[in-house]
Design a protein around this ligand. Structure first.
Ligand SMILES: NC(=O)c1ccc[n+]([C@@H]2O[C@H](COP(=O)([O-])OP(=O)(O)OC[C@H]3O[C@@H](n4cnc5c(N)ncnc54)[C@H](OP(=O)(O)O)[C@@H]3O)[C@@H](O)[C@H]2O)c1
Length: 246
C-alpha cells in the first residue's frame, strides 16, 4: 500500500504535534503546518527524533494565499492528500469565571477573530484541498471540534459542561460541527470520511495545566478518525471512539 500523506494545521505544538506522533504507528508521512518557520523546524526535528516521518510547511490558516500554497506544495510533491486534520484553533474570553455577563460582554472583534480561525478558514482550506483528497483512494477529514460545541450538552443544566460557557469558542465549534455534517452529506457517495473530534480536555497551552488528560493521550481521537477503515463512520462527532451529542 502507498504511504499515506497527512496535513495537520497547527502541528508545531499541542494536540497537532501529538497527533503527528500518534500517526507514526500507521506509517503516515506527516506535513505539519506552522505559522512560524523556526517553531515548525524545531517541531520537525523533535518528531524525526521520535521516528515520525515529518516535514513542515509555513502555514497560517487565516491567510488565503497559504491555502493555495499548501495546495501547490502537496499537489506538486505527492499529487494527492489522504488525511486533512483541521487542528489549528484559538479561543477568546470571556471564559468561565470571568463574570456573569458571559455572552453579552463579548468583544465583537474577538467573536469574528475566533470564527475566522475556527470556522471560516477551515471551510476555505478544506474547499481548496478537496481535489487532492478526492485524488486519494480513502480521504479522511478530521475537524478538531470540542465538547463545548455541543448544543445538546450546553442546553442541559445536568451536563458537565453546562457552566463552561465561552461564547465565541463554543459557537465556533458548533458551526464547525455543522460543516462536518454538511460536508459528510455532500461527500456521502465518495470514499472520503468527515468527522468532528473532541480530543478531551487536555493539558496544552489552550487546555491549561488543570486539564485532566495528559498530552500523550490527547492525539488519540484525531489519529483514530484520520485512519478510519473503509466501513468507519462519516458525519459523526466522537471522543475516543464514543459518539457525542451535537
Ligand atoms: N486542549 C484542549 O483541551 C482542547 C479541547 C477540545 C478541543 N481542542 C481543540 O484542539 C485544537 C488544538 O488545540 P491545542 O490544545 O493543541 O491548542 P494550542 O496548544 O493552543 O495550539 C494551537 C495550535 O494552533 C495553531 N494556530 C493558532 N492559530 C493559527 C492560525 N491562524 N494558523 C495556523 N495555526 C494556528 C498554533 O500555532 P502557533 O504556535 O503559531 O500559535 C498551535 O500550533 C484546537 O482546535 C482546539 O480548539 C482542544
Amino acid at each position: 500500500m502507498q504511504q499515506r500523506i497527512a496535513f495537520i494545521t497547527g502541528g508545531n505544538r499541542g494536540l497537532g504535534f501529538q497527533t503527528a506522533i500518534d500517526l507514526k504507528e500507521h506509517g503516515v508521512h506527516v506535513i505539519i503546518g506552522s505559522r512560524d518557520s523556526k517553531q515548525g523546524e524545531l517541531a520537525v526535528e523533535k518528531l524525526q527524533a521520535q521516528g515520525v516521518d515529518a516535514e513542515m510547511l509555513v502555514f497560517d490558516i487565516v491567510k488565503n494565499e497559504d491555502h493555495k500554497a499548501a495546495f501547490n506544495f502537496i499537489s506538486q510533491k505527492f499529487g494527492h492528500l489522504d488525511i486533512l486534520i483541521n487542528n489549528a484553533g484559538i479561543a477568546a474570553g470571556p471564559f468561565p469565571g470571568d463574570g456573569p455577563e458571559h455572552t453579552t460582554n463579548i468583544d465583537e472583534s474577538a467573536l469574528r477573530r475566533v470564527f475566522e480561525t475556527n470556522f471560516f478558514a477551515v471551510v476555505a482550506l478544506t474547499r481548496t484541498l478537496l481535489p487532492l483528497l478526492k485524488a486519494s483512494p480513502a480521504g479522511r477529514i478530521v475537524n478538531l471540534s470540542s465538547i463545548l460545541g455541543s448544543l445538546t450538552l450546553h442546553a442541559n443544566p445536568k451536563s458537565p459542561v453546562y457552566h463552561a460557557k465561552s461564547f465565541a469558542y463554543d459557537a465556533s465549534k458548533t458551526a464547525l460541527n455543522a460543516f462536518t455534517v454538511h460536508l459528510a452529506y455532500e461527500l456521502r457517495d465518495t470514499p472520503i470520511k468527515v468527522n468532528s473530534a473532541h480530543p478531551g480536555w487536555v493539558k496544552t497551552d489552550m487546555g491549561g495545566q488543570q486539564a485532566p488528560m495528559e498530552i500523550s493521550e490527547g492525539g488519540k481521537t484525531s489519529a483514530a478518525l484520520a485512519t478510519l477503515p473503509e466501513d468507519g463512520p462519516s458525519g459523526g462527532f466522537f471522543h475516543l471512539g464514543q459518539p457525542l451529542p451535537w
